[in-house]
Design a protein around this ligand. Structure first.
Ligand code: SF4
Length: 341
């Protein structure tokens, strides 16, 4: 177990938090998610408190402020396929019970990355970070484990705004902004993520940030529409809200202005949902013991209000050729309290 003095400097707001390693929750989540080879998260500890961070506004209880125990990483590595040659994400949390965090804060970060590299010799290791720790010693050491790709969250290039959004001081903002030069120097690729906060930064500043990432050589840029939940205080909601139409317009404008850089908008509403509707319908035809192996007669589908129009059309189409009946109903999102409709 680590004590506070063993850990890197954290945000002031975290000063009362006692950090510890957790042996099993990461592994349990990995098993529950179907053992995805591409995921080895190691930290649910962050040194920032972003205004829009889902960790604090999540209506479901999630585990925070724990580092993954190195033995737990070894256990997952021992079960990983030696033939896996895809990317390995070491920051993303698996969808479920663990909060996102900064892998670089892990006190045994370099021991862990060495173990991962021992098992996966050439796989791309990917990290998402606010870049506030990416100083030269860290970047230089990290470069020894290439191929590595960093996804940097940068919502403004103005230190004052950076500090306000991440709820840190301007000193780490400077480290973050300098890190792009260091990544170039040590030949580490990066992608960028912007959460556009037009009520705080203004669209001009967001466009400047976008241009900055392009100019520094971002391989792609992810634009995350800022989300909120019913737990978000009304005042904060007003600050972080980004009208959907303005977001869409900005995405289009950036696509036109920087056609050479792939832009990934999240969510990407025009993209088809890609749900296995036909497969699910086939399961309903198999029935169960209660139906003596016959098909379920009336199948009820529940979809969020936002997804309802598309899902109902998909089900209607796919159910045309089957003998049982399928009915889709929209359901209000009472947990998150946010809808695109
Ligand atoms: S950097 Fe990521 S995990 Fe940390 S507070 Fe911001 S959004 Fe949350």
């Amino acid at each position: 177990m680590k004590t506070k003095k063993d850990l890197p400097e954290l945000n002031q707001g975290d000063s009362n938090t006692f950090f510890q390693t957790e042996e099993s929750i990461f592994f349990q989540e990995w098993l529950a998610s179907g053992q995805p080879q591409e995921q080895i998260p190691i930290s649910a500890v962050c040194n920032a408190r972003c205004l829009f961070c889902s960790n604090r506004m999540n209506p479901f209880p999630i585990k925070q402020n724990v580092f993954r125990d190195i033995e737990d990483v070894k256990l997952q590595l021992s079960l990983g396929s030696a033939n896996y040659d895809g990317v390995i994400h070491m920051s993303d949390s698996l969808p479920g019970r663990i909060s996102e965090g900064e892998a670089f804060l892990h006190p045994q970060f370099f021991e862990i990355i060495a173990l991962v590299r021992e098992k996966y010799l050439t796989n791309l290791l990917q990290f998402t970070t606010n870049a506030s720790m990416l100083d030269e010693p860290l970047v230089q050491k990290l470069a020894q484990f290439r191929p590595v790709e960093i996804n940097i969250s940068l919502h403004s290039t103005q230190p004052k705004l950076w500090a306000r959004i991440f709820q840190k001081t301007e000193k780490p903002a400077q480290i973050s902004l300098t890190s792009f030069r260091l990544l170039k120097k040590y030949h580490i690729d990066f992608t960028g993520t912007i959460v556009p906060l037009p009520r705080i930064c203004g669209w001009d500043d967001i466009e400047k940030t976008f241009g900055f990432l392009v100019g520094e050589g971002a391989k792609s840029i992810l634009l995350w529409w800022p989300g909120f939940s019913k737990k978000t205080p009304a005042g904060l909601k007003k600050e972080i809200e980004c009208p959907w139409e303005e977001f869409e317009e900005f995405v289009k404008r950036m696509q036109k202005k920087f056609p050479e850089v792939p832009i990934v908008p999240q969510p990407n509403l025009p993209e088809p949902l890609g749900l296995p509707i036909k497969r699910i319908i086939n399961f309903t035809l198999l029935g169960n013991l209660k139906t003596f192996g016959g098909a379920y007669h009336n199948v009820l589908w529940l979809a969020s209000e936002a997804a309802y129009p598309e899902i109902s059309t998909m089900v209607e189409q796919a159910a045309k050729s089957v003998s049982n009946e399928h009915h889709v109903f929209p359901v209000k999102n009472r947990e998150n309290g946010q809808s695109l409709n």
